[in-house]
Ligand binder design. Structure first.
Ligand SMILES: [Zn+2]
Length: 270
């Protein structure tokens, strides 16, 4: 494994514009349950999964009922939310923040709604599937902090008069267009993409590594590196250049450490 870790550090230090994609795999190591894994929230509770599939439609048809349902299941008063607020970033999150502080990682695009990248110190984070800490207007796109909005009368309303929903993107809900465009732009701009803890099978998120692979002109130096517990479609389809197999909480710190020592050696040689 050491060889590929060194290679990843080398590629990162040599990159012009590196971005990171992350998924549930990086947060399960912080003790947060994923949805579809063996102990996943929906693996254990099929009814919760069925409800989750109906949520967006429910919001469109009856925002008041949506809010009642959300507050009792995944809203701010629920166990789910409480767990997420209590979760702490793990060494994988911190390693990515460190790579950002070194000036290597320019953006982290995450599918996770838990806010752990920010807790770890990352500043440039795109929440592809929204975040539990915000509410969003699907009509005008405005977002509000969860504490900025009164929930005494349901549904809460946007300044434009339309009902607000949680920022978290539900099934069958389109990805907010501002995030989708920004993420696609980063994917087509980067010359290195580090994919961590995601099998990248859920579209349109899964399109991002493929956009990076297709890229524009002069992209022969494009590198896509995967850090995952096991091979994924990205591995099988040859989208990524190589896979570092194992825990993100162990591999990413090793990569960040190797990158830091390369940077300091480079400076000494000056
Ligand atoms: Zn609005």
């Amino acid at each position: 494994m050491q060889d590929v870790v060194e290679q990843a550090a080398n590629d990162l230090v040599g990159s012009r514009y590196a971005i990171v994609l992350t998924g549930a795999g990086i947060s399960t190591e912080s003790g947060l349950a994923d949805f579809r894994g063996p102990q996943g929230i929906w693996t254990r509770d099929k009814q919760a999964e069925a409800r989750a599939y109906q949520r967006y439609e429910m919001f469109l048809n009856d925002p008041g009922a949506y809010w009642e349902e959300m507050l009792s299941t995944v809203g701010t008063q629920s166990d789910f939310y409480g767990q997420m607020r209590k979760a702490e970033p793990n060494p994988g999150h911190r390693a990515l923040a460190r790579l950002e502080q070194m000036g290597i990682v320019k953006w982290t695009v995450t599918q996770n709604v838990d806010g752990l990248h920010e807790k770890a110190g990352s500043r440039r984070v795109m929440h592809y599937h929204g975040t539990v800490d915000k509410l969003r207007c699907i009509s005008c796109g405005l977002r509000f902090g969860i504490d900025e909005v009164s929930l005494e009368k349901l549904p809460p309303l946007c300044r434009c008069g339309k009902p607000l929903k949680y920022d978290v993107v539900h099934f069958k809900e389109p990805i907010p267009s501002d995030i989708m465009e920004a993420a696609e732009e980063e994917a087509s701009k980067c010359d290195l993409m580090l994919v961590c803890g995601t099998s990248a099978v859920v579209y349109p998120f899964a399109a991002l590594p493929r956009i990076a692979r297709r890229g524009g002109s002069g992209r022969s130096s494009m590198r896509i590196i995967e850090v995952n517990a096991e091979p994924t479609p990205l591995t099988h389809e040859g989208i990524c250049d190589y896979l570092i197999e194992g825990k993100t909480g162990e591999i990413l710190p090793a990569i960040a450490e190797a990158a830091a020592s390369r940077l300091s050696q480079g400076r000494k040689r000056g």
